[in-house]
Ligand binder design. Sequence first.
Ligand SMILES: [Zn+2]
Length: 186
Amino acid sequence: MAQIEVTEESLHRAVDEAVFAQAVTLADKVAGFSAVGPQVEAIVDGIEVSVRVSPSGLDARCACPAPYREGAPCPHAVAAVLTWVRAGPDPAAGLRAGLDDVLAGLAAEAADCDPDDGWYPDTGELEDLLDEVEDLAGQEPDAARELAGHVAARVTEVLAAGNCLTDDLADALARAAELRGTPPDA
Ligand SMILES: [Zn+2]
């Protein structure tokens, strides 16, 4: 996933001065903030807002009554993005999105396979991403453990869904379980 360069300064330049000033005040009232890649969700001063940050601007959905105008997000949306910018890059979120893509692909293959024939899952991409989880464990051990637990749970489901003919997925599960820090059947 490409990293989108947004800074407090570029955000400031991109929006109306008055909107930015309101957003700075509202940034202290941001709760329930979460970001998966460039998709930011937050509750700003009690109002639910979701913003997708893209190179062409902010695509905002907000529950406030401010009329939506192209390229002119409301202060809540700008406050949510401001929080996102101030939080800095989140390697765990990007990694999670990548893992979810790969795991969804494997789950679809498992669901499609003929139980009599079985299938040979290609776990190459999953192994590469598990390498990244291992790297992340050096910087953010809690986030890495949480991700590994997520992977272990999903792989367990995939294994149950299809007649898997190789040990690759079981190996990936064992690795995820190890990264999580507990044995597979604990
Ligand atoms: Zn709003």
